[in-house]
Design a protein around this ligand. Structure first.
Ligand code: DQA
Length: 146
């Protein structure tokens, strides 16, 4: 039975709570993670959390997931838009992944419209704030049930 979700946050997402509340709200990363783990119970899935500001660490964490996770929720922060190493590492995992952004990346600066991981992901959720993670859990829970 597949039920293990790795929730991974990239660069600057440890600073939630200090970042522009217009885009990101006022929630801190520990608060967000607590909320996501509560929602996970509703979907009968387990969650583990990881955050790094170092691209290589993020990539190596993806490398190490073999046999430890059944699905991924990824918010890579700004790396989303240019870090091709993440795309290659994600592809290597072979896991179903949902891309989540708190802000609506399609309605901000043009450089945020590109995502290096979008076409590898089963869904992209952007602009729904913390609720986007609830949606992502639902997408993966349905994927696991297939
Ligand atoms: C973000 C959007 C990115 O463009 C930005 O660089 C972030 C956060 C979001 O959650 O809205 O750091 O991924």
């Amino acid at each position: 039975m597949r039920n293990r979700i790795e929730v991974m946050h990239g660069v600057n997402l440890d600073q939630l709570g200090r970042r522009d509340p217009e885009h990101y709200g006022s929630v801190t990363l520990p608060e967000l993670e607590r909320q996501v783990s509560e929602w996970a119970r509703e979907f009968r899935v387990g969650t583990r959390f990881f955050q790094s500001n170092h691209e290589g660490e993020f990539v190596e964490h993806l490398h190490r997931l073999e046999g430890l996770a059944d699905g991924l929720i990824l918010n890579p922060g700004a790396w989303t838009h240019y870090a091709w190493s993440l795309r290659d590492a994600l592809e290597l995992t072979g896991l179903p992944a949902v891309e989540v952004h708190l802000s609506d990346v399609s309605a901000r600066e043009p450089f945020r419209r590109q995502s290096v991981i979008r076409d590898l992901c089963v869904a992209t959720i952007s602009g729904h704030g913390v609720d986007g993670y609830h949606e992502a859990l639902g997408v993966l829970a349905r994927e696991f049930a297939e």
